[in-house]
Design a protein around this ligand. Structure first.
Ligand code: ATP
Ligand code: MG
Length: 343
């Protein structure tokens, strides 16, 4: 495949392959709706692959962060259980992973206080992801929680001393703030935290059917749990361009290339060869290839998810066990932070 992660992520992959036991992942998602193909190819596939390779995995259902850009967390328990079902359906092994939610781990949230003291308002206000999220926010004014979102994320990552964070490209500015906070804490109070690395996939920013970043809350996402007909309907709507000849040129033809990439990822093929095969068939032929590839790729995953979502007791048990493990880790870290700051 020609779609390879950037150089930094490639170097990281080599270090992980050499010693997977030296890495711990923390990554997560907001329970604002079902997960989509952007999540799958941006981060979920990496989580599963690395867990299988022997990296320890923490997965956060970021329920408090739902309130960063909206007044109420609608359908919260449904979305929380939906995320757990998505994780297990894509192949996360719950016996080895810690799947937990923010609101169940008070000590994690307490790290916000010392961490907030380590960043300036100016640093928070120049964060491009926060700016972008403010632009698409459903709130009339910007809440303090939105503003401090990246600091909360630092607490998420550092409470369990994760050193590896597989994310989409939109998260890189937040990730920088986590690294800054870890460094500053260690300089000021002594070495407590690792300085974590972000890991990008080969598809770090998948676009939705409107040509903008695929997002749960933008109504442009192909969800993992959608049926084949809904998937076909969504892809039919996808924005393309007037050039009938299909090519893979992400810089100059982002929307068409995004569709080509989607088919290529599902078929595990080189996007250039997928594009060449469609050639002069135009957007309609391309969309048919994408629809068939996505539906074929997601079929087993959708079947597993349908079984999982029917067993709410099991999903809740997975979460309760994860919450208990995360609490034990968070309590230990908070104790360490307190002693470092007092000595
Ligand atoms: P929301 O619209 O509610 O913010 P979202 O679709 O942006 O939802 P998040 O829960 O904010 O999803 O993001 C979870 C993880 O998935 C992050 O690591 C993020 O970088 C990654 N991710 C989200 N969307 C994409 C995408 N389109 N391409 C690649 N990675 C993505
Ligand atoms: Mg988001």
């Amino acid at each position: 495949m020609q779609t390879t992660p950037d150089t930094r992520s490639r170097e990281l992959e080599e270090r992980i392959a050499a010693d997977p036991g030296a890495f711990r992942i923390l990554t997560g998602d907001r329970p604002t709706g079902p997960l989509h193909l952007g999540h799958y190819f941006g981060t979920l596939a990496n989580r599963v692959r690395l867990q299988k390779a022997g990296v320890e995995l923490f997965v956060l259902v970021a329920d408090y962060q739902v309130l960063t850009d909206r007044d109420v967390a609608d359908h919260l328990s449904e979305h929380v259980e939906g995320l757990v079902a998505d994780y297990l359906a894509v192949g996360v092994d719950p016996s080895a992973a810690t799947i937990f939610r923010h609101s169940a781990v008070p000590a994690l949230n307490q790290l916000m206080l010392p961490f907030l003291s380590l960043v300036s308002v100016a640093e928070l206000s120049r964060n491009p992801t926060v700016k972008d999220e403010i632009a698409t926010s459903r709130q009339a004014s910007v809440s303090g929680l939105m503003f401090t979102y990246p600091v909360h994320q630092a607490a998420d990552i550092l409470f369990c001393k994760a050193n590896l964070v597989p994310v989409g490209k939109d998260q890189l500015p937040h990730q920088e703030i986590t690294r800054t906070i870890a460094r500053r804490f260690n300089e000021r109070y002594g070495p407590v935290f690792p300085v974590p690395d972000a890991l990008l996939s080969a598809a770090p920013s998948l676009l939705g059917v409107d040509g903008l970043k695929m997002s749960k809350s933008r109504g442009n996402a192909i969800t993992l749990s959608a049926g084949p007909d809904e998937t076909a309907r969504l892809i039919r709507r996808a924005v393309t361009d007037p050039d009938r000849h299909i090519t893979y040129e992400p810089e100059t033809r982002p929307q068409v290339s995004n569709l080509v990439l989607l088919a290529a990822l599902c078929q595990e093929r080189d996007p250039h060869s997928v594009a060449a095969e469609v050639g002069d068939g135009g957007a309609a032929a391309l969309k048919k290839v994408v629809t068939d590839s996505v539906n074929e790729f997601l079929r087993p995953l959708r079947a597993r998810r349908a079984e999982l979502i029917a067993d709410r007791t099991y999903l809740r048990r997975v979460l309760a066990e994860g919450n208990a493990r995360a609490n034990a880790v968070a309590d230990r870290t908070l104790d360490e932070v307190r002693s470092a700051m007092e000595s």
